[in-house]
Design a protein around this ligand. Structure first.
Ligand code: PMV
Length: 361
């Protein structure tokens, strides 16, 4: 599909006012997206687990207005008006206006809330942008005679990508690929797709326990971070490696080989951070406690043979990934040995999920 296919024909219906609510989860990448061209076109394909409980719930109130000259909207987070969210959403609206030409015809009230604490260091842009994109798609669906689910999901993911790259991986579940990969049919740089091949039972209900090492604001914004890959001395090799790692992971997803899974996923996390350490300017986004936890996980894995591995985002928090059937001893290990390294002993027990859903009230 091309961008052109997301430009709608003339709308055949009119809708005056109403409201739409969607909840959309966060996602955690196994092969990382780091480096982009314009408009969130990724330099390499990525694959992620969609989560279940870390999510954003957004209600879009819409009412037709007289004057169609400019965007008109207000944003509330947890019932509090958020003027500082407006520029980001205005930019988003400008980028997607050509694909949703009704945007200037309505006044919108956007009410949003996250299930995870705002200051948890968990980025809300993926869940937030995908929830908003889905609300807008539900409105567009009412303006058109027939829209099939496949087009709806693809376009929602396409729009979400224009808000925040990895947001395009939050529409569906449970494994989502974004970015063109020659062995994955239907994969595209424009939107995320549900991983189209067999997934081994070992990954069913796969767990992600997020240890909140540092709840502060992100030290490096995504925009700055991705830009660090321009003129990065190792960029080209990294982009090739991501293609290769995704190929290898495909075999692992089919065979259920958890040791190899851990090897690829941990290497991807450390490579992401290595890219940041070797860019100019350079950053260390891990904290001493991130390293303490990683070393503890490695020692525990060696001692017990359990299949717990970690991944990282562009920050200090540690995502512990492991199969559901090993949950009990791993949670015990976290409670006995790891809580000392996390802020206020705060961790979030989440797991792989099926994607966003509309809430009909
Ligand atoms: O979607 P962005 O622009 O916030 O970038 C996300 C980048 C990582 O979280 C570090 C990796 C990924 O693939 O999610």
């Amino acid at each position: 599909m091309t961008e052109q296919q997301f430009i709608p024909n003339l709308y055949t219906k009119t809708v005056e006012t109403g409201k739409i609510t969607w909840e959309s989860p966060s996602n955690i990448a196994l092969v990382k997206y780091w480096g982009k061209k314009n408009d969130q076109i990724p330099e390499n394909p990525s694959i992620s687990f969609t989560l279940t409980d870390c999510k954003t719930i957004t209600t879009l109130y819409y009412s037709k207005k007289e004057n169609n000259d400019e965007f008109s909207f207000e944003v509330f987070l947890d019932n509090e008006k958020k003027g500082d969210f407006k520029p980001k959403i205005e930019t988003f609206f400008k980028r997607i206006e050509v694909y949703l030409p009704f945007l200037k015809e309505y006044h919108f009230k956007i009410e949003t809330t996250n299930t995870f604490p705002h200051s948890s260091g968990i980025a809300s842009s993926a869940s937030g942008m995908s929830a908003l994109a889905l609300c807008l798609m539900s409105l567009e669906k009412q303006l058109i005679d027939n829209m099939d689910e496949n087009y709806f999901n693809k376009k929602a993911s396409f729009l979400a990508r224009l808000g925040s790259g990895s947001a395009c991986r939050s529409v569906e579940g449970d494994l989502v690929v974004w970015g063109k990969h020659e062995n994955i049919e239907g994969s595209s740089d424009l939107f995320g797709i549900k991983y189209p091949y067999k997934v081994h039972g070992n990954f069913r209900n796969y767990q992600d326990t997020i240890l909140l090492v540092d709840k502060g604001e992100k030290q490096v914004s995504s925009t700055v971070g991705h830009n660090l890959m321009h003129n990065h001395p190792f960029a080209e090799e990294r982009f090739k490696q991501a293609q290769q790692n995704l190929s290898t992971l495909m075999g692992i997803i089919e065979s259920g080989d958890l040791n190899s899974f851990i090897e690829i996923v941990e290497s991807e996390a450390l490579t992401l951070h290595a890219m940041m350490m070797t860019s100019m300017p350079y950053f260390i986004l891990m904290k001493p406690n991130t390293l303490e936890i990683i070393n503890k996980i490695w020692a525990f894995r060696k001692e017990t043979g359990l299949h717990v591995g970690f991944t990282l985002d562009a920050g200090a928090n540690v995502h512990m990934l492991y199969p559901e059937k090993e949950m009990k001893p791993i949670l015990e290990f976290i409670n006995n040995e790891l809580v000392a390294y996390i802020e206020n002993a705060h961790y979030i027990v989440d797991k792989i999920g099926l994607g966003a859903s509309q809430i009909i009230i």
